[in-house]
Design a protein around this ligand. Structure first.
Ligand code: BDP
Length: 716
């Protein structure tokens, strides 16, 4: 007996040491399940757990995943192994489909809303039992992850009642991963898809990736870059894709691929890829059939067409609808979808880039098949630190529309800067389009409620790579987490999400949590201020997008910086008002008028919509020039504050987490100063005005910043 006892203690110890090491490295993300030290709470949880767990008899693979998760969760949090019991009556925790519940329990539980969809779940304390129920194993999976999160967040479970279901159907990560394992705009190592060793070798990472995503409700993943490679559609690669799909299926995650529009010609041997050519349609039909024979639950395609040099239907004089519908027809018999990107613009078109996508897609409204969703970036240019919402939200009442956010920080300091993107996502989702009067928020467009869309989705460009903590920066994990939570419920508060993430990842201590939360909440406005205050945008380094370069004025015009800031001796900013490019006209009247008038235009978007005189007085009473300088300084000061706040956390949180973030905040501070100094030195050549006294003078002259060169910048 003693030996057995020692052995059990040994196993638990090893598990814990292992957990601890991995927790510190960040590998476990928000699923580290550290031991709960509050003994009262432990007692109150054990009251249920020790009676045993009844688990659904449904033979779905997801039930197996639930068991694995319960084992990991409970042995970490409470040092117990789950004991499964056969009798629902005796169990302390019931995890069962609604149909499996005895009538007595079913009557008491809040199941009426479960009909909403098959991913919904209820967690409710009924007498001396905690019941997790759903109409489908998918709902149970989400319910159990939520149950474990509640344990981990130390919620009182004696009177719990959670009824939850996703408001958006397809909640999808977009990996911009190439088949050679580089990641476009990826800053956290290389692609986690080890194509060379697939399908034979299943990396534990694939399983942990699926667990992490399922735990926050993500149910789809596009494995490959939007700048697509047709090779992934060849039989050799489809086998590898199928191996990943098999892992993810157990966690209710479907795989999607990017479809290179010219694939019929490139790998199919056809003379062209014209969507109206019956042979091309037949080629895609066969390809899709082949895919479904290997991957019966394949999700569908994501397509970037006729944008930034990618092939598309316009190569043959056809429309985006012709192209999208051709793929949609191939996928429809199997329930697959097409996410067709609206990120299209052409430098040969002499129209404000911000207006081009709207001009392209609005005339096509109603012409897309039901299984097509038009995927629109949050703003009209390109994932800048701040953009107004994209005018296509609200403008396509007869076409499914979904939103694409960028989780990877291409324009927000890569994996070196702490920027909590929950705030950015929330700002966009809460924006009012006025499409059907006041309250027609972007969230209501995206969740389909405004126009009754037949399919709804939210996409996030992944920040995940092979780095030990997945995202390179600890706080990059928070952005992945926040994306999942907002895709599940776009009305969730970003502050609450931050709070939960901190509890699950860093600490339960209230004071420490508050401190970390205030750093996170301040971080988005900080990056806007030190990079692109007052509506400035697209003034970053050429091509690699690292650091400031407002002076870029050669090459393709819509990839320069001067195209966007238009600084001259009179002022700065892009005139998109009715007197300028009239991009404001793409918004509904209430929004249009708000943005059009320089007096009513929110100052955060001022230079996005107006070319403003250097001496124009802002609400603060400062001239534009002074305010611009002060905002840059404020950005730097906020990062300095973030660093000093973080330094108060020494010995209050895990040392490795502390040390990593401290180093990164120091980098961020240096880079914030660099942004301020380079931008202000440059803009001063136009404003010809002195810096206000509160501004720390630039360290070097403008030539110094212009001559900086960077080699091997990641992400390209
Ligand atoms: C831009 C990126 C580029 C992407 C493109 C896209 O710089 O690498 O391919 O967006 O979204 O932001 O297609």
């Amino acid at each position: 007996m003693r030996r057995i006892k020692l052995f059990v203690i040994g196993v638990i110890l090893i598990f814990h040491v292992n957990q601890f090491i991995q927790a510190a490295s960040g590998y476990h993300l928000w699923l580290s399940y550290p031991e709960i030290s509050n003994s009262e709470l432990v007692k109150s949880y054990r009251k249920y757990i020790d009676k045993g767990i009844f688990i659904s008899n449904n033979d779905s693979e997801m039930i197996e995943s639930i068991k694995t998760e319960l084992e990991q969760g409970l042995s970490g949090l409470l040092l117990v192994k789950p004991i499964y019991v056969k009798s629902i009556q005796q169990a302390g925790i019931i995890i069962a489909l609604v149909d499996e519940l005895p009538e007595s329990v079913r009557q008491k539980i809040s199941i009426s809303s479960l009909n909403v969809n098959d991913e919904a779940f209820v967690i409710e304390t009924i007498g001396s039992q905690i019941v997790v129920t759903a109409s489908n194993a998918k709902g149970l999976l989400y319910g159990v992850f939520r149950l474990l999160q509640e344990f981990q967040m130390q919620t009182n479970m004696n009177n719990i009642r959670i009824v939850d279901s996703p408001k958006i159907k397809y909640r999808i990560l977009n990996h911009w991963d190439n088949l050679n394992r580089t990641v476009e705009r990826g800053y956290a190592g290389c692609s986690i898809w080890d194509w060379q060793r697939l399908p034979g070798y299943i990396d534990q990472r694939y399983i942990d990736y699926a667990r992490a995503n399922a735990s926050i409700g993500i149910n789809g993943t596009v494995l490959t870059n939007v700048n697509a490679n047709a090779i992934v559609l060849t039989p050799q690669f489809l086998e590898k894709v199928a191996a990943l799909a098999k892992v993810f299926r157990r966690y209710n995650i479907k795989v999607y691929l990017t479809a290179r529009f010219s694939a019929p010609k490139e790998i199919g041997g056809l003379p062209n890829s014209d969507p109206l050519n019956p042979d091309v349609q037949a080629w895609w039909n066969n390809k899709v059939k082949e895919i479904y024979s290997l991957i019966p639950d394949f999700g569908g395609f994501l397509v970037k067409a006729n944008s930034e040099g990618q092939p598309g239907p316009q190569d043959y004089g056809r429309t985006h609808a012709d192209g999208a519908n051709m793929l949609a027809r191939a996928l429809a018999p199997y329930g697959g979808i097409v996410m067709w990107r609206a990120f299209v613009y052409d430098h040969n078109v002499p129209v404000d880039r911000a207006k081009q996508a709207y001009a392209e897609f609005v005339p096509l409204d109603g012409k897309f098949d039901n299984n097509v969703i038009i995927q629109v970036k949050n703003g009209p240019i390109d994932f800048q630190p701040r953009e107004p919402f994209h005018p296509l939200f609200g403008a396509l009442p007869k076409t499914n529309v979904n939103i694409e956010f960028q989780i990877t920080q291409e324009y927000l300091g890569f994996a070196s800067h702490l920027v909590y993107l929950g705030k950015l996502f929330e700002e966009c989702l809460q924006s009012d389009t006025y499409a059907k009067g006041k309250g027609s928020t972007v969230a209501k467009v995206v969740d389909g409620s405004l126009f009754n869309y037949s399919a709804t989705a939210m996409a996030g460009v992944s920040n995940i790579g092979s780095s030990i903590n997945w995202t390179g920066h600890l706080f990059g994990q928070a952005n992945w987490y926040a994306f999942g939570k907002l895709a599940w419920n776009p009305y969730e508060s970003s502050e609450k999400i931050a709070e939960d993430w901190i509890k699950l990842t860093i600490t339960q201590d209230k004071q420490t949590l508050q401190r970390i939360k205030s750093i996170m909440l301040a971080s988005r406005e900080a990056v806007v201020n030190y990079m692109t205050p007052l509506g400035l945008h697209h003034i970053m380094g050429w091509d690699h997008h690292y650091g400031p370069a407002p002076w870029i004025n050669t090459g393709r015009p819509d990839w320069t910086s001067v195209y966007y800031h238009k600084a001259d001796s009179t002022g700065i900013g892009f005139d998109r008002s009715s007197k300028g490019s009239n991009a404001v006209a793409q918004y509904f009247p209430e929004v249009r008028d708000l943005f059009d008038n320089i007096e009513s235009c929110p100052e955060k978007y001022l230079l996005w919509f107006h070319h403003v005189n250097w001496d124009y007085r802002l609400k603060s009473g400062n001239t534009l020039w002074d305010e611009l300088c002060l905002r840059y300084q404020q950005g730097v000061d906020t990062v300095a504050w973030m660093l000093s706040e973080w330094q108060q956390l020494k010995n209050k949180i895990d040392n490795e987490q502390f040390r990593q973030v401290e180093m990164l905040l120091k980098i961020q501070l240096n880079e914030a100063v660099w942004w301020k100094d380079a931008c202000l030195s440059y803009f001063q050549t136009f404003s010809k005005r002195p810096f206000p006294p509160q501004i720390q003078k630039p360290k070097y002259n403008l030539e110094y910043y212009k001559n900086l060169k960077f080699y091997y910048v990641p992400g390209i």
